[in-house]
Write a protein that binds this ligand. Structure first.
Ligand code: ATP
Length: 254
């Protein structure tokens, strides 16, 4: 459903994406990892044409983004929900109003129906009591969940997550991982997740792709990824204390 063909992007003097080819199938949880500056966020941005490639093609359900009219692009973008790092909640609005924003902007639904849909998503994300609160009055993990509620309020087919667990403690991070898995199990949503957190990648990914210096150095199942012979992947795994058996080896214990 998402297909990159020979996608190249130069930003400044740097070739950030150097002819990358991959695809994400329906219902996958596709995880993109790599060091800082590897081009992970740039790759996500190309999926909804926040950036355009210098060469190559990006196809969503067989439609090439570069060939679409403005309305065609809007139709394709409506397939996506987005939870980006910078996409913070608006501080002066209640959580309920934040989550309702896309429905108010893009539909003519009556307000009772909007509230019903919002409260349904809040309940699904265990935020039943947070609807009337303001973002500054809830924890970081709750804010991420509220952001996720807003990302899925239009019932997208695909959700893009940029560093969904950054800034969260390990326990809250694992809860967010569980939610990403639930999105697939309960709603059949395809996910593309950019993360630094390899533990999270191995726990949730159906495939893990590693970018390095503009190229794909690995694209494999979690089992295949931890057995990768690629030296860049191996040192990335070692840097996060993960052994070839996929076990955490921090502090010398397995
Ligand atoms: N709008 C831009 N203009 C110029 N250079 C950019 C722009 N956006 C990104 N870059 C550069 O492209 C490279 C890849 O950036 P990107 O944000 O995709 O990295 P990343 O892999 O997501 O890293 P991080 O893990 O630090 O978020 C970086 O060198 C960055 O400085």
């Amino acid at each position: 459903m998402i297909r990159f063909e020979q996608v190249t992007k130069v930003l400044g003097k740097k070739t950030v994406l150097d002819g990358i080819d991959f695809q994400v199938g329906e219902g996958e949880t596709f995880v993109i990892v790599g060091l800082s500056g590897a081009g992970k966020s740039v790759t996500l941005k190309h999926m909804i044409q926040l950036m355009r490639p210098d060469s190559g093609r990006i196809l969503i359900d067989g439609e090439e983004l570069g060939n679409l009219s403005r309305s065609g692009l809007q139709r394709v973008r409506a397939k996506f929900g987005v939870l980006f790092q910078g996409a913070a909640l608006l501080q002066w609005m209640s959580v309920r109003d934040n989550v309702a924003l896309p429905l108010r902007e893009h539909t003519k639904l009556p307000d009772e129906e909007i509230i019903r849909r919002v409260d349904e998503k809040l309940a699904m994300l265990n935020l039943d009591d947070a609807g009337d609160k303001f973002p500054s009055d809830i924890s970081g993990g709750m804010q991420k969940r509220a952001g996720l509620a807003r990302a899925i309020i239009m019932n997208p087919q695909i959700v893009l997550y940029d560093e969904p667990t950054s800034g969260l403690d390990p326990v809250t991070s694992r809860r967010i991982d569980d939610l990403i898995v639930n999105m697939r199990e309960q709603l059949g949503i395809t996910s593309v997740v950019v993360t630094h957190d390899l533990h999270s990648a191995l726990a949730i990914g159906s495939r893990i792709m590693m970018l390095h210096e503009g190229r794909i150095v690995e694209n494999a199942t979690p089992e295949g990824f931890i057995r990768s012979k690629d030296p860049t992947v191996q040192s990335f795994l070692e840097s996060q204390y993960i052994t070839k058996k996929g076990k955490w080896e921090g502090m010398g214990h397995e």
